[in-house]
Design a protein around this ligand. Structure first.
Ligand code: 5GP
Length: 177
């Protein structure tokens, strides 16, 4: 069994959540089982231990990106910074608003979270339309940092988000399609 297939088998699909017609890919079973959690985290850690891909900082997207990003950063012995939904960060921030299917969302990052020239690994649990990860990339770039790679457990390629992100010049690494 490949790592990818092993992880895929532990993703739970919840129909009609959070709205009718949506098939939500629930990654909490991956975190709950210690053996699966280790395989998951090690898949990222092994990749980013590599000298060419080792970041200066890991940035995690609210909220499941915090769980993954914090553990990966700890293992890489680099810092972790949170990109949060608007209104949660106490210090001065940069912000980025992006369109959702209905309405819009705003994410924020502390202005001292990264330095110009930092190489940042941007991490979340899942890429759907790609809007969240694109907003995170823009925030980091506003502060002069470079996003060396975007990482997620799951890509939903039929939504076109990962393709759009790649076309924008972001290198991506995902474990399960
Ligand atoms: P996007 O911005 O790419 O359209 O949506 C991705 C964001 O929404 C991520 O932050 C992700 O956590 C959340 N998301 C959207 N759909 C799902 C899903 O089916 N499963 C999970 N776990 N997260 C989702």
């Amino acid at each position: 069994l490949s790592v990818n297939e092993y992880l895929r088998q532990h993703i739970r699909t919840v129909p009609d959540w959070p709205a009718p017609g949506v098939q939500f890919r629930d990654i909490t079973p991956l975190l709950q089982d210690p053996k699966v959690f280790r395989v998951l985290i090690d898949a990222f850690v092994h990749r980013y231990m590599d000298k060419a891909l080792r970041p200066d900082v890991v940035a995690g997207l609210d909220a499941r990106g915090f769980i993954l990003g914090a553990v990966v950063a700890y293992e890489l012995n680099v810092g972790f910074v949170p990109i949060r939904k608007k209104g949660k960060l106490p210090f001065t921030t940069v912000e980025e608003t992006y369109e959702l299917e209905y309405g819009s969302a705003t994410v924020e990052l502390h202005t001292d979270a990264v330095k110009a020239g930092d190489r940042v690994l941007l991490i979340d649990d899942l890429i759907a339309t790609g809007g969240t990860m694109m907003a995170g990339k823009k925030l980091l770039e506003k502060l002069g940092a470079t996003v060396t790679e975007g990482a997620a457990i799951v890509d939903l390629p039929e939504l076109g988000g990962s393709q759009r992100l790649r076309e924008s010049g972001l290198q991506l690494y995902t474990l399960v399609d």
